[in-house]
Design a protein around this ligand. Structure first.
Ligand code: AP5
Ligand code: MG
Length: 216
């Protein structure tokens, strides 16, 4: 299956994508995680992306589209993939359609995670991420690691993201409403969108997403 997961910052895209990808047997492709891996390795792409990310703004399309295309062109994505955080505006959505058309394939579903803004603020404030694998996500209250500061899955060190400041989160929310939400209507016209509440326990949200894909 080829799936796009969309939703505001802190909705639980990374958390759900990690679980869904495992359950569906397809790779989880997060452009945010790819940028953060480049930043931690000090690559030119990471240097280019860092200032945009820290400010909460989108990294320019030409950089992002190229990086996403390279990733989904890899062998492990041949049978499908779960995109988390890409596309994030209409230019990226049209570019993705063009790439898939060129390859003779198409998206199967767009899953739209919905969550109220006060919950977003709480989720982002308590989030902790694993330095070894950005898909390992915790929360100090809602999903605490067994040992403080240590990833349950791989023993990596947990840290707070540099764009999880109050100011950057405000910008990320504005960017989401102005630039990302229009892609929901765009995919809606193609009959691909299922809107799912991201409220409630993580496992319940996963079940709702699997049900929307007809896999529950
Ligand atoms: P990205 O990394 O994609 O960040 P985001 O969209 O702001 O989303 P988050 O990762 O903050 O939230 P999430 O929905 O994944 O939530 P999570 O599962 O962690 O992008 C970062 C930046 O990179 C962008 O601002 C931009 O600069 C750049 N970028 C990335 N893609 C780009 C693109 N395509 N174009 C241009 N620029 C791009 O969960 C949050 C917290 O809530 C966690 O602590 C978790 O444990 C907790 N939680 C999850 N589910 C639940 C639940 N059901 N109940 C209680 N707590 C929960
Ligand atoms: Mg994420």
């Amino acid at each position: 299956m080829r799936i796009v997961l969309v939703g505001p910052p802190g909705a639980g895209k990374g958390t759900q994508a990690h679980l869904l990808a495992k359950s569906l047997g397809i790779p989880h492709v997060s452009t945010g995680d790819l940028f953060r891996a480049n930043i931690s390795q000090g690559t030119p792409l990471g240097v280019q992306a860092k200032s945009f990310m820290d400010a909460g703004k989108l990294v320019p399309d030409e950089v992002t589209i190229g990086m996403a295309k390279d990733r989904i062109a890899q062998d492990d994505c041949a049978g499908g993939f779960l995109l988390d955080g890409f596309p994030r505006n209409l230019v990226q959505a049209e570019a993705l359609d063009g790439i898939l058309k060129e390859w003779g394939v198409a998206l199967d579903a767009v899953l739209d995670l919905e969550v109220p803004e006060d919950e977003i603020v709480k989720r982002i404030a308590g989030r902790r991420l694993c330095r070894r694998n950005g898909a390992h996500v915790f929360h100090v209250d809602y999903n605490p690691p067994k040992t403080e500061g240590v990833c349950d899955e791989c023993g990596g060190e947990l840290y707070q993201r540099s764009d999880d400041t109050e100011e950057a989160v405000r910008v990320r929310l504005d960017v989401y409403h102005n630039e990302t939400e229009p892609i929901i209507a765009y995919y809606g016209e193609q009959g691909l969108v299922s809107t799912i509440s991201a409220l409630g326990p993580v496992e319940e949200v996963t079940q709702r997403l699997l049900a929307a894909l007809g896999r529950a």
